[in-house]
Design a protein around this ligand. Structure first.
Ligand SMILES: *[C@@H]1O[C@H](CO)[C@@H](O)[C@H](O)[C@H]1NC(C)=O
Ligand SMILES: *[C@@H]1O[C@H](CO)[C@@H](O)[C@H](O)[C@H]1NC(C)=O
Ligand SMILES: *[C@@H]1O[C@H](CO)[C@@H](O)[C@H](O)[C@H]1NC(C)=O
Length: 703
């Protein structure tokens, strides 16, 4: 008796002075701490109990050593929680470090940035464990937690903020618990989850969000697992979901998962009741597929009804998954294989059998999906109406053929390159861009007809849409700019009719067009580098006005177009006045003809301007003047009018052009007689023209 007293005194001295290390680490009363390790087992617990001390919670922070060795925490009967935190020196947790702790319900190892190694079976035989957290550590290998063997229901596992943790190997969770488990695996560096990673577990909820490098879920990732009921892959880099193993997913969260451009496989997601996705067109596709599926399975489900349980989704999942834990689970019943997904009606009874909740409600709950279709992305094909589909083909073929002809003739012409010809060449090129843009849109529309929303994101965020959008803006603006330049040149030529030396020379024209190219290239590029964007609508036009910069961009385009239109109008009025001036040399009776022609030009210009202005105004001020569906009519029918009309109005219908064309044809061996006749005519008219300056207006400026 007497001899044991100094021992106890020694122990208390040790406790009060020896165990308090300089770093601030406090040794728990039921443990014994040494310079390089800690020991907490039934022996140390027993001696602490003799002093009337009993800890249910071990809180270890700022550990002063780098290893938690084997059997450090063993056979403790009273301890329910162990927390190890804020320990920068801790590097290793050895095999069987936490062994056989029958009362332990929670264990958390957090904020130990140097912790690299967690030994095999480090967490062994923890039957009451309900919560486990390994967060914000330096581990690179997935910790072995397969010998936890918890018997608790509703196990929660947190493995978060481990930035160096890159993979989840096969069978990583086998043996954690036989019951349902919630896995929060967010904010890790996980890149890849292997086949059979969840083998042998029942997953209630699997949160993989914020694993920003997570690109691959292998096809058999969920093989051998039950669930998950809730799957959260928000803010990951996943490009697609596995086609198998998602049969029991009721709630899918995939917000800010921008790489997930292809539609989640609905065939595999047939339990899906709630989806919160990144792209609204995916919702379009899911909802429409779901409608078809429900009505095919049972017509009584056509009338979507409210779901019986309006509580939060995870509770609902618990209810459904947990409730059916004893019965064979739905996903084990192979009645919805990909082949007979929609046809086997007789198997439908099984659903009610396994889902008592649904049985009670008697109806299929409606699928909820966000984000819903918005003004920019209505659930429809690119060409919303079928007449547009026809029109868009007609117009693009006309534009491409007309402008190619003009380019071909001008390039092969043996005549001297004059300023008007030079400008015409640019105009045709710009209009050809619009034609190609329309051709691209029309082709994609034809290929995705009837199910565009399934492909919407792949198209809109892909390179095709960027190229098309660039062509539309670049071509549209270059066309406007060139038209403006052509008109100015004509006006300049007419007002300086008598002073040949003051006319525009080719080098000046080249400079002006070079500036135009730079401006238009810039305008086309801006949406590609983040000012507005081409990805917003199916037509690939820059309709994104979320930022003030994007709004300014749209307003500048608007001002550019309106400015050009005003210049064209003013020039024509001035030309008309000049021509009608009695003092103007060589005034003739062709005035009305010229006036008519100008009216046509201004009118087509205006028609072409109208939709752009509509959009720009509507977009710039965020006032929906017109829906996207209706805007397509304007865009398809009016936007390219100039591109179709320009080659005819400015080139093909002019005498100079026809002369070139006949020369080309005669060179190719046909229409020889016509060409020579024309050459005669052209020659004589040329003579006449020299005396008639008004013909400048008709763009027959052959000096
Ligand atoms: C501590 O636990 C071990 C293994 O469970 C057991 O053999 C031993 O008797 C226990 N010691 C005390 C003092 O309870
Ligand atoms: C899946 O787990 C079971 C036991 O739970 C095991 O027998 C099987 O080998 C595992 N499959 C793979 C591919 O690891
Ligand atoms: C669905 O609703 C419509 C009208 O609300 C009703 O006429 C029809 O009978 C309903 N169908 C079923 C199968 O309940």
């Amino acid at each position: 008796m007497w001899t044991s007293t100094p021992g106890l005194v020694f122990l208390s001295v040790l406790f009060f002075y020896g165990c308090k290390s300089a770093s601030g680490f406090v040794c728990p009363r039921i443990c014994r701490c040494f310079s390089n390790t800690i020991r907490c087992n039934n022996v140390t617990e027993g001696s602490a109990l003799m002093m009337g001390q009993r800890d249910k919670r071990l809180f270890l922070y700022q550990l002063s050593f780098n290893t938690i060795s084997s059997h450090s925490f063993e056979d403790l009967t009273g301890v329910q929680r162990i927390e190890i935190t804020q320990s920068v020196t801790l590097e290793t947790i050895e095999t069987l470090a936490f062994n056989n702790l029958p009362s332990l319900t929670e264990i958390s190892i957090q904020n130990t940035r140097s912790l690299m190694h967690i030994g095999h079976k480090a967490f062994n035989s923890l039957p009451k464990l309900r919560y486990m957290s390994i967060s914000n550590t330096g581990i690179r290998v997935f910790p072995d937690i397969t010998s936890v063997n918890s018997l608790e229901t509703e196990f929660i596992l947190d493995i978060c903020d481990n930035l160096y943790l890159q993979e989840i190997p096969p069978n990583a969770f086998t043996g954690v618990t036989k019951e349902y488990i919630t896995m929060n695996l967010y904010n890790n560096g996980i890149r890849e989850i292997h086949d059979y990673a969840f083998n042998g577990t029942k997953i209630d909820k699997l949160v993989l969000k914020n694993n920003r490098n997570l690109r691959v879920l292998h096809r058999d990732t969920f093989k051998g697992a039950t669930g998950p009921g809730v799957l959260d892959i928000s803010a990951t880099a996943l490009t697609k979901l596995p086609s198998q193993g998602l049969e029991s997913v009721l709630v899918l969260l995939a917000q800010s998962a921008y790489a997930l451009k292809s539609l989640p496989p609905l065939q595999g997601l047939w339990s899906l009741r709630e989806a919160h996705l990144t792209y609204n067109s995916h919702c379009c596709a899911l909802l429409s597929l779901n409608r078809n599926r429900d009505s095919l399975i049972n017509p009584a489900w056509k009338n979507d009804s409210t779901y019986c349980d309006e509580s939060d989704p995870s509770a609902r999942v618990q209810q459904v998954l947990g409730g059916s834990a004893d019965t064979p689970l739905l996903m084990d019943v192979p009645f919805f294989s990909a082949v007979n997904l929609f046809v086997k009606e007789e198997d439908f009874g099984d659903v009610n059998f396994h889902y008592p909740e649904l049985d009670f409600c008697q109806t299929q709950p409606a699928l909820v999906c966000t984000p819903e279709a918005d003004a920019f992305n209505p659930c429809e094909d690119i060409a919303g109406f079928s007449f547009l589909r026809v029109a868009i083909w007609f117009i693009n073929i006309l534009a491409i053929a007309g402008n190619l002809t003009v380019l071909l003739v001008i390039f092969t012409s043996r005549n001297k390159l004059t300023v008007p010809r030079f400008l015409m060449c640019h105009l045709a090129f710009a209009d050809l861009c619009i034609g190609i843009y329309l051709l691209m849109i029309a082709t994609v529309d034809l290929r995705t007809r009837g199910y565009y929303s399934q492909h919407a994101i792949e198209w809109q965020t892909g390179p095709g849409c960027s190229i098309a959008g660039f062509l539309s803006v670049f071509g549209g603006e270059l066309s406007v700019y060139t038209l403006c330049t052509i008109t100015l040149e004509r006006w300049h030529t007419i007002t300086n009719a008598l002073q040949i030396e003051r006319r525009l020379v080719l080098t000046q024209a080249v400079t002006i067009m070079a500036a135009g190219w730079l401006i238009c290239l810039g305008m086309g590029m801006l949406p590609l580098v983040g000012v507005s964007s081409y990805t917003k609508v199916s037509m690939c036009l820059p309709m994104d006005i979320e930022t003030p910069l994007a709004q300014a961009f749209i307003i500048i385009i608007l001002l550019f177009n309106v400015g050009a239109f005003v210049v064209v109008c003013v020039c024509y009025v001035l030309i008309y006045l000049a021509v009608n001036n009695p003092e103007f040399p060589g005034r003739s009776t062709a005035d009305t003809k010229i006036a008519k022609r100008m009216a046509v030009l201004i009118f087509t210009d205006f028609l072409c301007m109208a939709p752009i202005s509509f959009f720009a105004i509507s977009a710039a001020f965020k006032v929906p003047l017109i829906t996207v569906t209706n805007s397509k009519i304007l865009l398809v029918l009016f936007f390219p009018i100039n591109s179709c009309a320009n080659p005819f109005v400015y080139a093909i219908f002019t005498k100079a052009f026809r002369k070139d064309a006949y020369q080309l044809m005669s060179a190719m061996g046909c229409c020889k007689s016509k060409a020579s006749v024309y050459r005669m005519k052209a020659y004589s008219s040329e003579k006449a023209i020299r005396n008639n300056l008004r013909s400048n207006i008709k763009n027959t400026t052959q000096e």
